[in-house]
Design a protein. Structure first.
Ligand SMILES: NC(=O)C1=CN([C@@H]2O[C@H](COP(=O)(O)OP(=O)(O)OC[C@H]3O[C@@H](n4cnc5c(N)ncnc54)[C@H](O)[C@@H]3O)[C@@H](O)[C@H]2O)C=CC1
Ligand SMILES: O=C(O)C1=N[C@H](C(=O)O)C[C@H](O)C1
Length: 251
């Protein structure tokens, strides 16, 4: 059995990981960590360093400000971590990279298989279409989401820029003073409402033709199951910052 510590156990994704573990024969949750202390079937602590139960791996779905303490504690305890939390600032991201020299860290803004295939398809399309079309990303999420744009939208935009040698400046939404669209803009637009689980659409708008590539998450279970796959993948790996690309390449 893989012994799991669930960081952010009392949140929406925490609940989904608990359900995914119930349906899995490979995992058991030995402890949770959350800033809110609500009752679970396992002990809940307020930080990772306080956890008494021996464990093999940590999965995190919490909030970006929790990440520095999480990776500091995980490095001290020599525990691999899967970070699914989005909205990290540059300093938090730099610390994750620094700590990945000590422990294996798996980080992805989206744990679903479909989004990671979408990134592949979109970068291929961008190579062919970018000169003659305008690229815009639209993401839609529930009204409880704290960060905008989504980590996934940023991941897609960065993948396009990496592929095309940083051609684009990102434009976050448009307003009455935005003016005419520039050729080197990549628009990123965030919609928030209701209970939308997560939608990401990339639009290539050319002259007289439009290509749209879209992914819809229909439940949070896909993210929870993806996080369990990532956790299984990093146990026993060398210290490094891993992504979905590494997991998919290993097959
Ligand atoms: N990579 C992926 O596939 C996915 C990533 N996410 C990301 O996961 C994060 C959590 O999402 P939700 O579960 O919807 O949010 P949520 O707000 O429902 O849950 C977050 C939980 O983390 C806890 N928390 C906050 N600060 C903490 C701290 N300092 N220490 C310990 N616990 C803390 C909260 O009390 C709460 O229980 C968000 O950043 C979201 O964008 C969400 C879905 C999929
Ligand atoms: O907060 C969410 O719900 C989600 N967050 C991730 C993101 O910011 O990209 C992934 C997913 O779309 C759900």
């Amino acid at each position: 059995m893989i012994r799991l510590i669930l960081h952010g156990c009392n949140g929406k994704m925490g609940k989904n990981v608990i359900d995914a573990v119930k349906n899995s024969s490979k995992f058991t949750i030995v402890a949770g960590v959350d800033k809110i202390n609500s009752k679970q079937d396992f002990p809940v602590y307020s930080r990772l360093k306080e956890v008494k139960e021996p464990a093999d791996v940590v999965i995190d779905f919490s909030f970006h400000t929790a990440i520095p303490q999480l990776v500091e504690d995980a490095a001290e305890l020599n525990l691999p971590v899967v970070i699914a939390t989005t909205g990290l600032d540059a300093k938090e991201e730099a610390l994750v990279l620094e700590k990945s020299a000590q422990i294996p860290i798996f980080m992805s803004a989206n744990m679903s298989l479909g989004i990671n295939l979408l990134v592949k398809l979109v970068t291929q399309a961008a190579k062919v279409l970018y000169e003659n079309s305008d690229i815009e990303i639209i993401e839609k999420h529930h009204n409880q989401k704290l960060d905008a744009p989504s980590g996934t939208a940023l991941m897609i935009a960065k993948a396009i820029n990496d592929t095309l040698g940083n051609t684009f400046n990102f434009t976050y939404g448009r307003n009455p003073s935005s003016g005419k669209r520039e050729k080197n803009e990549l628009g990123i637009h965030a919609i928030r409402g209701g209970t939308i689980v997560g939608e990401h659409e990339v639009i290539f708008a050319g002259r007289d033709e439009v290509l749209e590539i879209k992914h819809t998450a229909q439940s949070r279970a896909v993210f929870a199951e993806g996080a369990l796959k990532a956790a299984e993948f990093i146990i026993g790996k060398q210290p490094k910052l891993y992504s979905m690309k590494d997991l998919l390449e290993e097959g």
